[in-house]
Design a protein around this ligand. Sequence first.
Ligand code: PLP
Length: 426
Amino acid sequence: MATTKAIDLRTEIPGPRSREILERKERVVAEPLSIYRELVVAEGRGATITDVDGNTFIDFTGGVGCLNVGHSNPRVVDAIQEQAARFTHTDFTVVPYESYVALAERLTALAPISGEVRAAFFNSGAEAIENAVKFARCHTGRPAVIAFEGGFHGRTLLALSLTSKTHPYKAGLGPFAPEVYRVAFDDLEELERAFKTEVAAEEVAAILFEPVQGESGFIVPSPEFVQGVRRICDDNGIVLVVDEVQTGVCRTGRFFAIEHFGVEPDLIAIAKSIAAGLPLSGVIGRAEIMDSPGDSAIGGTYVGNPIAIAAAHAVLDIVEEERLGERAEAIGERIRGAMERWRERHDAIADVRGLGAMLAIELRRDGGPDADLATAVADAAAARGLLLLKAGIHGNCIRVLVPLVITDAELDEALGVWEEALDETL
Ligand code: PLP
């Protein structure tokens, strides 16, 4: 049982002030920016969020995986404030700054890639993916990219073309970028077959996958698949790109999730938690690939902005000093233990899966995926003060992206609330 209470609900949810702001939003914000959970944040601290009505929630959404070091971590806040007071922008390629170089030094040292390694920084996950493809195309002189069913890589044109979810992301938004081929995930035979039926191996610049698929419901591929993709890339001169946008920064217990598979990628895309929610992404990879585009072919006005980079240094300090990877494993074990117990009691919990603290339950009823049930569980949890996020190509999974700085007491409290929500709903 929890010994302290982090959750503190003082009004109905959403409260009056949240409702009023959300009504204003309806009048002026474009409709596609629909709101998943109807409350308006006033403050975030560690693993909790307090709304504008004074209600405090435990946050298992972590800004969709951006907050592995927690909301407003004091070290990140200090780093941002200190940098903002010194300079906010120059454009690194016009007037460079040391912190960019130092971050590249730290991330290239962390990357599980041997030989000379380079980094380049961008703003968003999608932008990192787009640039990874640019690096791979320049290096190989080939056009095609192979991605996988269920993959999510972002919402810009090429990233969206690589993304594999029609609704809500792709429907109505074509035509998509050419030379993107999609194969069933975790199926080496299908991949080999695609070289016969879809695209010649010698036309393929890159094969791209998430070491644990995020959006499609935390699907962990087999080591044989990941190792097989590496072999296929080696045999055919293809660049292996891993999308660590959601899995990176210790979410799975290792800094990069690919470290679980005993495979060296050629390029790694990173974003989300690397700068604690500030817009920063990066591509880290083998020097001969990263150095291949022409002068100024890679860049952008804001890319690697100094405030986000200062936040990233603070994140890496926290990762090292607070042993965030070990903490993720410990948190993951506790959550998995609870999920397995729930599964024994509830037939509707069809699967418990993930790696480290990247865990999900899948809900099914009458032999099929049940998105409504997942929504009902998440709603019941929110009404009790726990914010949960759904996932899955059918929307029938609930995923954990909790800040890894959550305390044991908060974690117990949250799991107790989740269990009550399941008991009530199932
Ligand atoms: N790749 C993965 C695995 C993601 O989970 C996401 C975002 O959820 C992206 C790419 C796109 O990142 P962004 O939304 O920062 O463009």
